[in-house]
Design a protein around this ligand. Sequence first.
Ligand SMILES: Cc1cc2nc3c(=O)[nH]c(=O)nc-3n(C[C@H](O)[C@H](O)[C@H](O)COP(=O)(O)OP(=O)(O)OC[C@H]3O[C@@H](n4cnc5c(N)ncnc54)[C@H](O)[C@@H]3O)c2cc1C
Length: 260
Amino acid sequence: MTNIKEPAKNFKSQKKLLEVKVNRREDITDDLLKIWIEKPEEYIFKPGQYCTIGINGIERAYSIVSAPYERDLELFVELVPENEGGVLTPLIWDLSAGDSITIRPRAKGIFVFNNEWRKHLLLATVTGVVPYVSFIRDYIKKIEKQELQSTQHEMHVLMGASYLDEFTYDSELEEAASKYPDLVTFVPTVSRPDEQKNALWTGAKGRVNAIVEDYINDKELSPEDTLIYACGHPGMIEDVKSKMVPLGFTVDEERFWKED
Ligand SMILES: Cc1cc2nc3c(=O)[nH]c(=O)nc-3n(C[C@H](O)[C@H](O)[C@H](O)COP(=O)(O)OP(=O)(O)OC[C@H]3O[C@@H](n4cnc5c(N)ncnc54)[C@H](O)[C@@H]3O)c2cc1C
């Protein structure tokens, strides 16, 4: 089995890797971008799963923003600069529409929507919102096709970021919340409210792990009816688990990286 952290030898000759084109990119900040890549034929995934893409034999996992019905695979990527150990992301930053990258033929992951629970508390730091956007796009499509009703489940998204320009999917999630208020609630929160860049911020303040207990009490979410998901920063995930598991909550997690 190839270790995805190691550059694969003769990667182009590996039948396992498919070549796909970059269709579009959108820069959000200096270190955040959205990128849309061609979806290979017969590429099947569940909302919340990740793809594995590569450049020059270096491969990394990325959760998929898009829902399965969409034409492209949309990704939301944070740059880890080379001087902080980043390897693939500096190469992603050089990509333009029309360039080729590789993708493994199968999406993977078990961080998916569990419809056995009625309520879902979806906690994210920045790019950790990706699986939830996919859950919500997929769910709304199913409502439109009358396969589901907006009152069957609740999805409460709490998203933390240092700065207000990092939320990226806030308009989409706010729109979903206003169109389907029974289904979606969206609370963006900034962790550095006193910094000049956040001067215009009027929303929630504090890290997502700091506001989660008040939110649970306010909405009367209980361990019996609510599944907690935590995705993104490993420190946020650890803190949420240390607070919520002793209260009886089940916490599903997706760590995007390990803390040193
Ligand atoms: C299942 C899964 C899904 C993922 N989905 C996404 C996603 O949707 N978007 C995304 O941007 N990343 C995602 N990642 C992280 C991604 O796989 C890469 O690790 C990341 O993009 C950095 O790649 P790199 O090659 O530049 O640096 P790496 O060689 O992967 O890492 C270099 C160093 O930076 C640390 N690191 C990695 N990512 C970050 C970060 N965001 N902030 C701070 N330190 C970091 C690593 O722990 C390591 O110490 C996901 C990871 C996993 C396991």
